[in-house]
Every structure is written in C-alpha cells, then in structure tokens.
Design a binder for this molecule. Sequence first.
Ligand code: THU
Length: 136
Amino acid sequence: MSADSARELYEAAKVASLKHRATYSDFPVGAAIRTADGQVFTGANIEVVSYPEGWCAETSAIAHMVMAGADGIVEVAVYAPKKDLITPCGGCRQRLAEFAHGDPILHLTDGTGIVETTTLSALFPRGFDAEALKDE
Ligand code: THU
C-alpha cells in the first residue's frame, strides 16, 4: 500500500458516495474496497422507507465485488463527509471479515482525506468466524 494507492481508494469512496440514497438519515456514505488482485469496487448507502431494510456503503461495495466474481479484500476506505472520522458499523465489520484476504487495511476518513489508517482486526477483534461452526 502506497500513499498514492490509499488516496486513490479514498477518492473512489468519495465518488461512490455521490450515489447515496440517504433519504431518511441525510448521511451520505461511500466505500471503496481493493482486492488482493488489485481490483477496486465501490458502493454507497441505500436507504428505504422501512428503515431496517436499508444497507451500508460497505455492503454495496461487497455486493459489487461478489457479482464481479472477485474476492479477497485487502484494503478499504470509507467516506462520510458529515463525520470527522467514519468507522464501519458492526455488521459491515463482520461482512468485511467474511471476504477478507489476511487482515485488511482500513482507511478512516473525513471530508478532506484519510485521518487514520488501521486494520480490520484492530476494529473487530475476536469476531465470530466459521471455526465456531465446527464440531468440538
Ligand atoms: N452507514 C454506512 O453506509 N456505513 C457505515 O459504516 C455506517 C453507517 C450508513 C447507513 C445509513 O444509511 C446511514 O449511514 C446512517 O446510519
């Protein structure tokens, strides 16, 4: 990961946020994920009037990745211009972990750029994983 590639991911998340359908929260979010083979997929949050049925920007980006036949998230940027430092919600941390390749780098941002770079494991320690479903 270079500073340029991180900035590229930030810009991709920012552009994606323009597609937001934040009708009820008025809180636009964009996400960009990079896979181990270098592809970038993006998404925005999409809300519906039955509030719990909406979904997050990260989830949109993951859906685009899966539908492209890709897998293996290594780097993520989340953009939300109304928040000083946006972090993925709990459900999205679980979804990112599901499709992760190793321990993905997470860029936490504000409206101007990357504020902090961390890892998924730092934000989502001891997550529920497939090991838990195996017989003892
Ligand atoms: N949201 C995201 O898109 N990603 C997150 O990680 C946090 C929350 C969206 C969901 C909802 O559309 C809006 O932000 C307000 O919660």
